[in-house]
Design a binder for this molecule. Structure first.
Ligand SMILES: NC(=O)C1=CN([C@@H]2O[C@H](COP(=O)(O)OP(=O)(O)OC[C@H]3O[C@@H](n4cnc5c(N)ncnc54)[C@H](OP(=O)(O)O)[C@@H]3O)[C@@H](O)[C@H]2O)[C@@H](O)CC1
Ligand SMILES: [K+]
Length: 508
């Protein structure tokens, strides 16, 4: 799903009005109608009072339409107009009048702190103060109102966006941003919904398709794209009946050190469970029995050093080398890595201590095979590219880095981001239970397993991250978050492939 910018959505908005031969008031009615349906289907006529805070632009206009529809369906509604300026939009004014025409309980104007209504824990608040028209931080008494709402303990539903949040930029300071429990957003999720600094303001979100101009949306390129099940399914490559293990490639997992052999076992198992035809593991000598016992499906080659890597000698040509898990960053391992980089032409996958070695010795970055995949978590990324001021700055730095070294970078997080030269892919699977030891080693194995099957490195990264998250979601369904271990993620990889093609159950 493409993630459009506020500017692109505004363009789509005016084009739709022109091409569909409707007025902007009609479009507002359509958008707000979809919000009303969602609220109505959840509240089912409940007699709870709904407090709606409307700005004076079109986000406020949406709020007024929602208020009218709720009132017409028998809900108790109290509307507050947050009068932050005198510049009311045309559609706000039209809907202000329409609302006043159907009730004697007219909206209450809030002009300063003295006008703030009482909001209690358990109240239902709709936030329709600002949407994609926000162009500066919320200040003064309006910011105080936002805090008043946030502190109330009410359930907060934001319309289009939590008021105070920009669509693309992280804010300089977070005073004056609504902390929503749920956001119903129009046409496209906004980029800030996925950034670590801002995602908590959004709560859960749902995208409502308000029918903006299809042609414009299809031909407009975006900087980022959200990967959910529908998108991931399209990335899957069918297996041919007439095939053998050689068709699915040979993955070589290189890493491990004394006490950390488990990491490479996890990666290798994940590579095989993702469909690699063959998997070899290169480890220090101490890993031999462990790997052979834990994973009889893998072949094992050992270093001549007992406890750490020193020289990676292999007599075959793997389709993908995945390097770094549990390898340590000692001089011998570093030398081995440098030599391996010099000898390898095909894209590699570099994780964990492989990344730490690159950070310690930046000259190695120039040796990275083109289109290799790097999979740092935020701390590893910081070591690699240096500190950043905020999430937007971080993204700029990553883009500069991947362009300079011609690599693909997966930044792991609640929503993992896959950076390619062309686009950012934001992952929408996974859960908090996956913050557990070894989950990253499993991801490296999954992406390597796909690369060995000749998935393009960008696709392997994007698809691998999605599958890994989906396997974690399946694990969570069975055992809750706390009991998920890295091995459980691997155990659910098969289920994740099946789940990709399972049609959603019709709940009606
Ligand atoms: N596009 C679509 O697809 C559709 C959009 N729809 C809806 O319209 C919403 C966008 O509406 P909008 O453009 O009127 O802007 P909105 O967010 O209501 O802000 C109002 C004005 O506030 C001002 N202002 C900004 N920051 C400020 C601040 N900190 N403190 C004080 N004032 C500030 C600024 O005006 P300025 O003062 O800069 O002239 C701004 O224009 C969108 O989110 C969705 O809900 C749907 O109805 C249908 C389809
Ligand atoms: K809002």
């Amino acid at each position: 799903m493409k993630i459009y910018s506020a500017e692109q959505l505004q363009k789509a908005d005016s084009l739709s009005i022109k091409n569909q031969n409707i007025s902007s008031t009609d479009l507002m009615e359509r958008a707000a109608g979809l919000v009303f349906n969602q609220i109505h289907s959840r509240l089912e006529g409940s007699d709870i009072e709904i407090k709606i805070f409307c700005g004076i632009g079109n986000n406020g206009g949406d709020g007024l339409v929602i208020a009218r529809m709720l009132l017409e369906h028998g809900y108790k509604v109290k509307v507050f107009i947050v009068n932050y300026s005198e510049k009311r939009s045309r559609d706000f004014l039209i809907n202000y009048d329409r609302f006043k025409n159907i009730t004697k309980d007219w909206p209450v104007l809030i002009k300063n702190q003295n006008d703030f209504p009482k909001i209690e824990e358990g109240d239902f608040v709709i936030d329709a103060m600002f949407g994609i028209g926000l162009n500066r931080p919320i200040e003064g008494w309006v910011s105080a109102l936002v805090e008043h709402i946030n502190k109330s303990g009410a359930f907060i539903l934001s319309i289009d966006m939590p008021s105070g949040l920009y669509a693309e930029q992280v804010p300089g300071n977070t005073a004056g941003i609504i902390k929503a429990n749920f956001t119903l957003t129009f046409q496209s999720p906004k980029f800030t919904f996925f950034l670590p600094q801002t995602m908590d303001y959004v709560g859960e979100f749902q995208v409502l398709d308000i029918g903006l101009d299809r042609e414009f949306l299809a031909k407009t390129n975006t900087n980022a794209r959200l990967i959910g099940k529908e998108q991931a399914r399209l990335l899957y490559k069918n297996r041919k009946k007439n095939s053998h293990k050689g068709d699915y490639g040979h993955t070589l997992i290189v890493g491990g050190s004394y006490g950390k052999i488990g990491s490479i076992v996890l990666s290798a198992t994940a590579a095989l469970k993702t469909g690699a035809g063959l998997c070899s593991v290169f480890s220090p000598e101490c890993g031999y029995e462990i790997i052979q016992t834990a994973l009889p499906e893998a072949m094992v080659i050992t270093d001549n050093q007992k406890k750490h890597l020193s020289e990676i000698k292999i007599d075959f040509e793997p389709d993908i080398i995945c390097f770094g898990m549990g390898a340590g960053t000692g001089d011998a391992a570093l030398n081995a890595f440098e030599k391996l980089l010099k000898e390898t032409k095909l894209p590699m996958l570099i994780d964990a201590d492989g990344l730490n070695m690159l950070s310690k010795n930046k000259a190695l970055l120039d040796l990275l095979p083109e289109r290799s995949v790097l999979t740092p978590h935020p701390k590893e990324l910081e070591r690699l590219i240096g500190k950043w001021d905020d999430d937007n700055h971080k993204i700029k730095k990553v883009q500069k880095f991947i362009n300079k070294y011609n690599v693909i970078l997966v930044l792991k997080g609640a929503h993992s981001f896959c950076f390619s030269k062309e686009e950012i892919f934001i992952n929408n699977s996974g859960n908090a239970g996956m913050s557990t030891a070894g989950a990253g080693d499993v991801l490296s194995g999954v992406i390597s397993g796909l690369m060995s099957q000749k998935y393009d490195p960008v696709i392997a990264a994007v698809f691998g991250v999605y599958l890994h998250g989906l396997a974690g979601d399946l694990a969570a369904e069975k055992m809750g978050y706390e009991a998920i271990t890295a091995g459980e993620i691997t155990n659910n990889l098969g289920g994740a492939f099946l789940e990709l093609f399972r049609e959603e159950e019709n709940l009606n």
